[in-house]
Design a protein. Sequence first.
Lengths: 278, 132
Amino acid sequence: MKRSFAISLIITTSLLVSMPVSAQWPYYLVPGTPLLPDGTVDMDAPAPRTANGNVDFTGTWNVIRHHQGGEQGRPVGEPAEPPPGVPPYATFWDQGFGFENGLPYQPWAREERARRMENNGIDNPDSYCLPLGHMQFHTHGQPRDIVQGDDRLAIIYEASAGVRQVFMDGRPAPDDEALEWWYGYSVGHWEGDTLVVETTNFRGDGWLDFNGSPTTEQLRTIERFNRPSYGKLEIDILIDDPGAYTEPFSLRIEQSIMPGDNLIEWVCENEQSTQYFN
Amino acid sequence: MKIKLIILSSILTGLFVSAPLFAHHNFRSEFDINQPVIVTGTVVRLALTNPHARLYIDATDDNGEVVHWDFELAAASSLLRRGWRRNTLVEGDTVIVHAARARNAPNVGNVEFVTTVNEDGSEGFTYGSPRE
């Protein structure tokens, strides 16, 4: 009897502890969340739409990882094969992981990436509470909120409390003489149910991944946002940066809705750890 | 009873520690995973801050001297989603910290998991901290 009680306790505890993370964090399901007859969230329900009929990307999103994770989540093993017609999956650590020969670096960019890796990423902006690059934000393990209006959309990243704004009111991007920004300048338009976002005016010292694949002020990205179902977000992003790469390339990012969850305040205080960096 | 606790503790550890990992900075730049350390001591303060929470504990070395340890944890928001709260560890709690030592600083480490110790000396709960 004692033994069976102990086993029951272990199983019960395991179930409780392995419940969705959202069960541990204050859980509030927003009105309108599609539910199945058993009361669980219907992740395969159609994507919601705004009053004017556009697909609504609003929600809290968690990155989907397709690769096996090693130390600190570094992708290891064989790259996951995307469906036909879908570009290689992006990873936080190494955007070239899904490419047979890695990214098409310009020679200086290949050397710079090697230098950054050799230095254990000591000059990664994120280590000093400075913003991550778009690709790191898209693939970060901490969630992000999309807040969508008719004429603009904001993406709020929990990591580093990053904020991007996408203008969808037809305004042009500023000229090349305007300031360069950590997040660039993003304008979007609809192609059917796809939101197409072009971003320019980046700073020239960006990091495309944790390993330090560089980007320059010539970087231009085109992101295609799709929400094929209530639960899933797909972003295909074209990276076009002739300053650092010999040809453009595309990556796939996938994210899953986090029903009932929300961002947690994340103010990057002085990084107390850098004093110990080697 | 002790065996049950060990089993329970192991399962809890596995579940918490196997949570998805992600990165803030390069773990290798600060810590050496090949230098694991287990420290038993008394909690001085748990600071749930970002980009990393900190756990300060006092331990006694082989010479009977008090040693102040400074441990790095995951980001506060990551810990909150995994069940940590402000009072998960409070001043005076006895804990066993499993960590990796810093490469170039003594008495500094990165936590893998922390196990509380009950008043009767038995092990209590284990709280994991994903490596970021």
